[in-house]
Design a protein around this ligand. Sequence first.
Ligand code: UDP
Ligand code: MG
Length: 321
Amino acid sequence: MNNLEPQINLLIPLYNEEEVFDKLIERLSKVMEASPLSIKVIMIDDGSLDNTAELMRKVSLQDDRFTSIFLSRNFGHQIALTAGLDYVDATEAVMILDGDLQDPPELIEDFYPYLKKGYDVIYAVRKKRKESFFKIIAYKVFYKVLKRISKLEIPVDSGDFSLISRRVVNDMIRMREESRFLRGMRNWVGYKQIGVEYEREERQEGDSKYTIRKLLSLALNGIFNFSEYPIKFISNLGILTVTVSLVYLIYTLIKKIFFGVVPEGFTGTIIVIILFGGVQLISIGILGEYILRIFFQVKNRPLYLVKSHIKNKEEHGSAIL
Ligand code: UDP
Ligand code: MG
């Protein structure tokens, strides 16, 4: 291989993936050797605590088809991918995939023809999910809700696994929002997009690195970054409650003035107070979600910090891993 820019980059974030690493490199090497395309891999170490960084380092120092970027700590999957996008040197397209081999790298050959047909985004759609019942339901509900309340068109069974054209990469690099939901941003750019079905494999080694908390935070980013619905919901709730109270007020006044009945009912009053206390706290919470995002955005910090990187077998930046 030469040092020229490749046609395709494979972008792979890795967090504590030492168990699957050798298998990954083997599969990727096979794909690169078999492919008529010139492909190079960009791996991003998302602050792994195990031996992943050291393994990446060894491969990248020996083989110029593998570029490695080492982040200064764990920034999370979405930011790790963002870092990777910033380092893209491919001329034609970038394929984003997970490091646990759940997304078969061989699919580049299936996706690439669509690029030639004029599609800018080719995203993978899972035929069926090999996951727990609870997770499947949660995903379904989330994407249904997101579709209703945002203008995004993200099919239920698609994730970040996709092939995106160089110009979409450039567009996404320009979006420096702090709380990131890449599959939403990828949909937002427009152009011609298409979903291609595939069989998602089981994680090859190790356990999922996406905790429920990380998953929930990703879901909230999807909602609060792409929808104004929650805010509108508060206003509508306000209008509804004011209307209901006005009707009730008139009813009570009429009762009092014309019939001399003074309303009693301690329990009812307490319930109403607690109910509206709750409604107000939730409303403040929703506002808070937006304010929090503004707060982090105006700080304008870099999205990630890079400790060092290895490209074309050369190490740049601090080598201490
Ligand atoms: N990952 C990451 N940073 C994190 C969590 C995960 O870079 O904080 C990587 C992980 O190494 C893998 C990909 O993101 O390559 C997807 O993670 P995982 O397979 O654990 O998620 P799942 O498939 O269970 O949704
Ligand atoms: Mg996985």
